[in-house]
Design a protein around this ligand. Structure first.
Ligand code: KG4
Ligand code: ZN
Length: 360
């Protein structure tokens, strides 16, 4: 009994002491939507980041939750094995398993959460729960140069659009968000109207490079740090209906200019709000994150705006923009150092939001 107590105390000291010489190796699992990903992070460095994409959803024009969870079930063991083998790490080298607790699709999250719990139990190592939206921001700590605190991050993904004020690792506050569709949804839903496959964001980006933003659409007017994209979608729909009535081939004949116009409208809405929020919060370090941060116009627009405003701008590498387990591992690593461990009773939270200060 006494021996056990000593053991608990010693391991606690190692865990709580970031200066400890012991290196920390974490397996991270991401399964919140339609990509199954596993990564190995050692002392905050990404050793591997493997992703199994699910192409099955394209034919349905969006993610089918039931199919997504079945694919996660099928993919999770091979993806984890691949992440371990690429990193040259064995299961017994692991110090913790980090996983996405939410937000996301319940069935998809369940696969990752249960896998992490079982592996943690089997190996006798702690598990660390991670908020997916927090992790998109923390992707900036996967590779130098790291942003200085405080910084403002515009997180733009398929399900969220948030302005996040970041004061430390995993310490962040959402100061504004979308009141309806997310920026990624605006790309995907507009793409659907144009007959493009899902996800349409990358295709609109590609086609926009071949056209000019000749058309203008309605601009939203919402609360100071908030966003709205549903009006833009309706404005695009009405413009399409009107033009197609006059010329049935209008969309096909003008697809590149339409994509350039849609992309320019979405990017302008994002950058205008970002500029306003940065001015109001008086920060000089500014970042973008999430799937839509892979958009070339948004990346170029941020660089240009940053130069004009004398900001330090941070843009993630493409591999850290869309969903990936490396960002879960980086966020999990800083939670682990802070002693934020999870427990076997944890369950997925599809609507998990960022709490400040972090309570995980
Ligand atoms: O962060 P993410 O991988 O998944 C979520 O957490 O939602 O983001 C996916 C979203 C999709 O809506 C996709 O269309 C969009 O990111 N996306 C892009 C680009 N690449 C991905 N949108 C615009 N331009 C891109 N290059
Ligand atoms: Zn995401």
């Amino acid at each position: 009994m006494k021996k056990n107590n000593i053991f608990v105390e010693i391991s606690f000291v190692i865990l709580m002491n970031p200066q400890s010489d012991k290196s920390i190796t974490i397996l991270a699992i991401e399964s919140s939507c339609d990509d199954t990903s596993a990564a190995i992070i050692r002392d905050g460095e990404v050793l591997s980041n493997c992703i199994a994409n699910q192409t099955v959803h394209a034919q349905y024009g969006g993610v089918v939750p039931e199919l997504a969870s079945r694919m996660h079930d099928k993919n999770i063991v091979p993806v984890v094995s691949q992440a371990l083998s690429v990193a040259g790490v064995s299961k017994t080298d692991l110090d913790a398993v980090a996983f996405t607790k939410g937000p996301g699709l319940l069935g998809s999250l369940l696969v990752g959460v249960n896998f992490a719990k079982s592996l943690g139990l089997g190996l006798g190592i702690p598990i660390v729960e991670v908020n997916h939206m927090e992790a998109h921001v923390m992707a900036h700590f996967a590779e130098a140069p790291y942003p200085d605190f405080p910084f403002l991050c515009l997180t733009v993904s398929g399900g969220h659009t948030q302005l996040v004020l970041v004061t430390d690792h995993n310490e962040m506050e959402v100061i504004g968000s979308t009141i309806d569709d997310a920026a990624g949804e605006a790309f995907d839903k507009t793409g659907k109207l144009l007959g493009l496959p899902y996800p349409s964001g990358p295709i609109i980006d590609k086609y926009a490079k071949l056209g000019s933003p000749l058309y203008t659409f309605a601009k939203p007017s919402v609360g100071e740090f908030d966003f709205s994209f549903s009006g833009l979608k309706t404005s695009i729909l009405y413009a399409l209906q009107k033009r197609v009535k006059e010329d049935p081939n209008w969309v096909t004949d003008n697809i590149y200019d339409i994509c350039a116009s849609v992309q320019s409208s979405i990017v302008n809405i994002l950058l205008e709000k970002l500029e306003y929020a940065v001015d109001k919060h008086n920060v000089t370090s500014v970042a973008i994150a999430g799937g839509v941060s892979a958009n070339s116009a948004l990346r170029e627009g941020l660089i240009a705006l940053g130069k004009k405003k004398h900001w330090h701008t941070y843009i993630p590498a493409f591999s850290y923009c869309t969903d990936n387990a490396a960002m879960i591992g980086i966020s999990g690593y800083y939670h682990y150092l802070a002693g934020h461990l999870s427990h076997q009773g944890v369950s997925p939270e599809p609507r998990l939001s960022i709490t400040y200060p972090s309570k995980s």
